[in-house]
Design a protein around this ligand. Structure first.
Ligand code: KG4
Ligand code: ZN
Length: 347
């Protein structure tokens, strides 16, 4: 069960066969339309909507899987990071369900779910690899030796890549979430039309793996002011394309740099921004030039979903990192660094 932000996701995986766990069924409800009127996620509304959605979605998943509730061996939920109230809904329902069934419950790190989600696509990546995590709240490069072994190589010092998409989209008068809307508008624009900054790419930060995106929205705002109160459609498309190009160029340069610095040949991309087709094309081309391979989750599983949470739980149990127990209580961790989640919770 995933409920960390504005998507309620429920899924069932089968970890009984050969190879990585297999996705059996999933169901998802996005609250995007509900939050759109406010230009962003309203936490209290998110929590209340998770309460409304989670059980009907769970029933849908069991129905699609042709399973009964007693077929469930373990109930996993997103323990953090995310909105506290939203997380509590999924955690509470998961713990209650597990307790009622006499089964164990397991809290999973949201970003570990994203990071491992490419194992839901074929061919699955093999360890070790570099992971580029690009979501609405996080932008990180990690060195991944195996399940639970996550070493932070670099991260954003201010806004996340998804936030840069969302904030620029808002300035351009596009809806929420801004990433897909901005990418759509960018299709008819010229990415070279506006010279926007590529923060931390050159100069003294040139060798680093940290990101900074806060300056980009300021640059977009400045360009918009120059265009006057009612910029024409082409100018807006050009600015959208230039913004997308700036974000993509920085992400690609740093991800390839991480491959070079670690000497690894496999890149895994996950998180909502991983759905961006320009980013995928540029990463594929850049990695191919250095004989590296890139793995993505299935397109529909880039943004938040239950499948990645069920998968991460199953992989952690398979790897011997967890000895899940029947829930006596549950908690959530709204702020929780991924490197800490790597350590066995029950060591
Ligand atoms: O991983 P995710 O669903 O939620 C978080 O954990 O944050 O990521 C959501 C982010 C949003 O900022 C959204 O604008 C961005 O992913 N996003 C995209 C695209 N699809 C989603 N950004 C650029 N291009 C896309 N196609
Ligand atoms: Zn996410």
């Amino acid at each position: 069960m995933e409920s960390s932000c504005d998507e309620t996701g429920v899924a069932l995986v089968d970890a009984g066969g050969e190879g990585p766990p297999r996705l059996v069924a999933e169901a998802l409800h996005s609250q995007a339309a509900m939050h759109e009127a406010y230009g962003g996620v309203v936490p209290e509304l998110a929590s209340r909507d998770h309460i409304r959605r989670v059980l009907p979605l769970a029933r849908q998943v069991l129905e699609r899987a042709g399973c009964g509730v007693h077929d469930i061996d373990l109930v996993a939920y997103t323990r953090g990071p995310g909105l506290a109230g939203a997380l509590l809904v999924g955690a509470g329902v998961a713990a209650a369900l597990a307790a009622a069934l006499g089964r164990p419950a397991l809290g999973v790190h949201h970003l570990e779910g994203h990071l491992l989600s490419p194992f839901l696509a074929a061919p699955a990546p093999s360890f070790p690899f570099v992971a580029l995590l690009v979501s609405g709240g996080h932008t990180q490069l990690m060195r991944v030796e195996g399940i639970g072994h996550y070493e932070l190589l670099g991260e954003t010092i201010d806004d996340a890549a998804g936030e840069a998409f969302d904030k620029s989209a808002k300035l351009l008068g596009l809806g929420y979430p801004g990433g897909p809307a901005l990418a759509r508008l960018a299709q008819s624009g010229d990415p070279g039309a506006f010279a926007l900054p590529r923060p931390l790419l050159h100069g003294s930060h040139g060798a680093g793996l940290d990101f900074s995106f806060a300056g980009l929205k300021t640059a977009v705002a400045t360009q918009l002011r120059r265009l006057g109160p009612e910029p024409d459609v082409q100018a807006r498309a050009d600015l959208a394309a230039s913004t997308e190009a700036a974000i993509v160029e920085v992400l690609v340069a740093k991800a390839l740099r991480a491959l070079r610095q670690t000497g690894l040949r496999t890149l895994v991309v996950a998180g909502g921004v991983g759905a961006n087709l320009k980013l995928r094309a540029a990463l594929d081309a850049g990695a191919a030039r250095m004989q590296a391979g890139v793995h993505y989750p299935p397109l529909a599983l880039c943004t938040d979903n239950g499948a990645m949470i069920a998968l991460a739980a199953a992989l952690r149990v398979q790897a011997g990192l967890e000895r899940p127990q029947r829930p006596q209580a549950f908690d959530v961790l709204p702020r929780w660094p991924l490197a800490e989640a790597g350590r066995p919770a029950l060591a």
